[in-house]
Design a protein. Structure first.
Length: 106
């Protein structure tokens, strides 16, 4: 599974517009093949910070998502409204149970 964590810091005058764009992007992305989950949240300690959390079945599904014209348009629009360049981190992961984590920790 591929996990994406993205962050975008809004300016006070662009927060509402960024939220609208984010909701449209999340709703559209959730309908794409291979999207396991896609969310956006506001940071309670930094209310201008939007955090995107995505899970994709595999790299091919995420690559297809990046090729969707609306995804590219969203990224460009978000960056133009942000107070600083947005950041995105990608992880190739496997899901673990709590018992597996505790067993690994000894």
């Amino acid at each position: 599974m591929i996990v994406v964590i993205g962050k975008a810091l809004a300016r006070p005058d662009t927060l509402a517009q960024m939220q609208r764009l984010a909701v449209e992007h999340v709703e559209r992305s959730r309908r794409e093949p291979g999207c396991v989950s896609h969310e956006v949240a506001l940071d309670v300690l930094q209310p201008l910070q939007l955090t995107f959390t995505e899970r994709w079945t595999d790299a091919a599904a995420l690559a297809a998502h990046f090729r969707v014209p609306a995804s590219r348009t969203f990224g460009q629009a978000l960056a133009s409204l942000a107070a600083e360049p947005p950041a995105m981190h990608l992880y190739d992961t496997q899901e673990l149970s709590v018992a597996e984590v505790l067993a690994r920790a000894g």
